[in-house]
Design a protein around this ligand. Sequence first.
Ligand code: IPM
Ligand code: MN
Length: 351
Amino acid sequence: MNNYKIAVIPGDGTGPEVVNEGLKVLAAAAQKFGFKYETVNYDFGGARYLRTGEVLPASAIGELKTFDAMFLGAIGHPDVKPGILEKGILLKLRFDLNQYINLRPVQLFDARFCPLKDKGPEHINFTVIRENSEGLYAGAGGNLFKDTPQEVAIQESINTRFGVERCVRYAYEYTQKYSRKKQLTLCGKTNVLTYAFDLWQRTFNEVAKEYAEIKTDYAHVDAITMWFVKNPEWFDVIVTDNMFGDIITDLAAMIQGGMGIAAGGNINPDGVSMFEPIGGSAPKYTGQGVINPLAAIGAVAMLLREVGEDKAANAIEKSIRLVVTTKIKDLAAGKMGYSTAEVGDLVVKHL
Ligand code: IPM
Ligand code: MN
């Protein structure tokens, strides 16, 4: 029997509440599908930073590398200046653990939860593959003459052939393996960012030659935001850079029903990957038992698929779909008609 070692980072705000429900479903899935696992908790987050002044202990990365997967709740604290926890924890984990893919499946389960007129589950079912280690997130740049009228701020987008190609290759492989329509769209801005996206476009076209059965397509990022609203059914798999991926996946989360249902994975295909609900720490709902745990439970399903427990992953996703379509009143916090824990119980019950 497989025995998985899973690192759990409940984090800040509502993170611990939704992680609890994810772990509840994980326990039930292990029983039902016959695998074992052990978890180790890490207290990384804003509370620890405010207490100790440390974002991540020096030993963290080395330790985390010994796990099969990681499950993250949320990082973000209202009393910590923006950037400290994001860069010091979330981005550091992504970069140092080489989680160079951000995988975001986007699926609408029930038309009731879509803000778009006349769109249903048949229209919103695609995946965004976001480069997760380079681009504007690499941190290249700096300030000159800070706090003077002559101040200059430079923030450069780093795009390496190596980084772009491994992301593009992952996208083709993913499209080949999992997608419905075998269609891969590159999202960029080749009309303005003529250095970075020229590299992306050439790499995309070259790798395409190895995947004759995949239809390829290109869309500018601004146009994609328009089409996500107007014709989301056009898309199957989308590959894009770090910054554009960050932006379009929040829009994508909204058309699939909101942050309560949006799960993502930070993937190192050759190492340890980290799965999370993408909604953040939602401080105003903390401790009330009203936050939607389905995104965190969906992240557990993605985690199980990554380690090879496909049956368990599929069953959890099926149960989420059932709970969404037949039980829950609304996906938003406080409007579900159930508490956070009750929603977790419902997913377990229908597993
Ligand atoms: C996300 C988040 C992060 C990002 C933040 C919290 C640093 O918005 O996972 O999309 O920008 O990547
Ligand atoms: Mn984001």
